[in-house]
Design a binder for this molecule. Structure first.
Ligand code: F6P
Length: 363
C-alpha cells in the first residue's frame, strides 16, 4: 500500500489545516496510508514519534481552524547535508517515498534540493549501513508535490498562496478599524504589514482599504519621496479627508537599499510636516485566526490534486508544485517554480532592472 507523508513547514498560514484534511481523506479514499510528519522538516529529522499515521477522523473539525494542527518549524538543520540525510533515513524507515510539503519558498526550495539529491543520499545511507539494500531498492525516488502555504503570495507557479486571502481580509478589517479612530482625531496612521520581500499584501490591502500612500519592495521610491508623500497627504486633507493611511510593506526600501520602515516614515512626518503620526505594526495577527472561504476551497482543491500527483508518480517523474491559475488547479514543475521565484526576487532587488521598469513608465 502506498504511504504518503504530509508536512507543513515554515511560517504557518490560514488554510494549511484544510490542505492537511484534504490530503489525509483523499489519500485514504485512494487506498493509501497517510502519515503526518509533525513540525515540518525538523520532525522528519527527529523521526520516531514525529511521524504518525492519520486516520479519517483524526482530521475532523480542523477545516475552519487557523494555523496547522500537525505543527510547523523553520529548520536550520535541514539546510545541512547531515540534516537532509537523517530526514531521508527516517522517511525510508517509515516506508514513505511520496511526500506532500505545504510550505513557503524556503521549505519548497529545500524540498527540491532533497529530491534532486535523493539517490545520492540513498547511496550514502546504504554505504554507511544506515539502511538495508532492500530498503534502498524499494525507494528509488522521492515523489514530492509542493503546495504553497504562506501569507506572502511570493511564489511563482500559483496565482495565490494559501493564507494570503485570509491575511488580506484581516489587514483590511484592521484598516477599517484604524480609519474610524484616525478620522475622529484627524490623524495619520502608518500601518506595517508582513510579506517579507513581497509587497502583495501591502498593495492589495492599500487598494481594498483606500489608503493614501504605499511603500512596496518592488517599487522603491525615487529620491524626494518624503516631499511627494507629504504633498499627497496635504491634498487629501485639503479635499476634506479627515484620516490619512499609509501602508508600508515590511520589506520596503529606498533605491539605495535603505529600509523604509514605519518609524522612518513617522520621523519624516514629524520633522518635515510637524505631524505626530501613529504607527500600527499588524504582526502575527495577520497570520492567525479563521481561514477565509477562498483559502479553505483552494487548500482543499490543491490537497486533492497533490495526492493524485504523488500517487501517479513513477521513477523519473518531476516533482510538482500544485497551485491555482485562473481559479482552476494548476501544476508546474517544482524546480522551475523555485528557480523562477528566485530569479524574480533577484530582479526586484536589482537597481538596473528597476531603472528599466521606470524608463518604460511603470516605475
Ligand atoms: O513568510 C511568512 C511570514 O509571516 C513573513 O511575512 C514574515 O516576514 C515572517 O513570516 C515572520 O516570521 P516569524 O513568524 O518567524 O516571525
Amino acid at each position: 500500500m502506498a504511504r504518503i507523508g504530509v508536512m507543513t513547514s515554515g511560517g504557518d498560514a490560514q488554510g494549511m489545516n484544510a490542505a492537511v484534511r484534504a490530503i489525509v481523506r483523499s489519500g485514504i479514499h485512494s487506498g493509501a496510508e497517510v502519515f503526518a510528519i509533525k513540525e515540518g522538516w525538523a520532525g522528519a529529522i527527529a523521526g520516531q514519534d514525529h511521524i504518525v499515521q492519520l486516520g479519517w477522523s483524526d482530521v475532523s473539525g480542523i477545516l475552519n481552524k487557523g494555523g496547522t494542527v500537525i505543527g510547523t518549524a523553520r529548520s536550520l538543520e535541514f539546510m545541512t547535508r547531515e540534516g537532509q540525510l537523517q530526514a531521508v533515513a527516517n522517511l525510508i524507515a517509515n516506508g514513505i517515498d511520496r511526500l506532500i510539503v505545504i510550505g513557503g519558498d524556503g521549505s519548497l526550495t529545500g524540498s527540491r534540493q532533497l529530491c534532486l539529491s535523493w539517490s545520492d543520499y540513498v547511496e550514502q545511507l546504504l554505504s554507511e549501513g544506515r539502511i538495508t539494500s532492500d530498503q534502498a531498492a524499494a525507494h528509488p525516488a522521492l515523489h514530492i508535490a509542493g503546495i504553497v502555504g504562506s501569507i506572502d503570495n511570493d511564489m511563482v507557479g500559483t496565482d495565490m498562496t494559501i493564507g494570503t486571502d485570509s491575511a488580506l481580509h484581516r489587514i483590511t478589517e484592521a484598516i477599517d478599524a484604524i480609519s474610524s479612530t484616525a478620522e475622529s482625531h484627524r490623524r495619520t496612521f502608518i500601518i506595517e504589514v508582513m510579506g517579507r520581500r513581497c509587497g502583495y499584501l501591502a498593495l492589495m490591502s492599500a487598494i481594498a482599504g483606500g489608503a493614501d500612500y504605499t511603500f512596496l519592495p518592488e517599487s522603491p521610491p525615487r529620491d524626494g519621496w518624503e516631499e511627494r508623500m507629504i504633498d499627497v497627504l496635504a491634498r487629501g486633507r485639503a479635499a476634506g479627508r479627515r484620516d490619512s493611511i499609509i501602508m508600508v510593506a515590511e520589506g520596503a526600501a529606498d533605491r539605495s537599499g535603505q529600509p523604509i520602515t514605519a518609524t522612518t516614515i513617522a520621523q519624516v512626518l514629524r520633522e518635515r510636516a510637524g505631524e505626530e503620526a501613529r504607527i500600527t505594526i499588524l504582526g502575527h495577527v495577520q497570520r492567525g485566526g479563521t481561514p477565509s472561504a477562498y483559502d479553505r476551497w483552494m487548500a482543499t482543491a490543491c490537497g486533492v490534486e497533490a495526492v493524485r500527483r504523488v500517487l501517479e508518480a513513477e521513477p523519473g517523474s518531476e516533482p510538482v508544485l500544485v497551485g491555482v491559475h485562473r481559479d482552476a488547479v494548476h501544476t508546474t514543475p517544482l524546480v522551475q517554480a523555485v528557480e523562477d521565484t528566485h530569479r524574480i526576487a533577484g530582479l526586484v532587488a536589482d537597481a538596473e532592472y528597476q531603472a528599466a521598469v521606470e524608463a518604460r513608465g511603470h516605475g
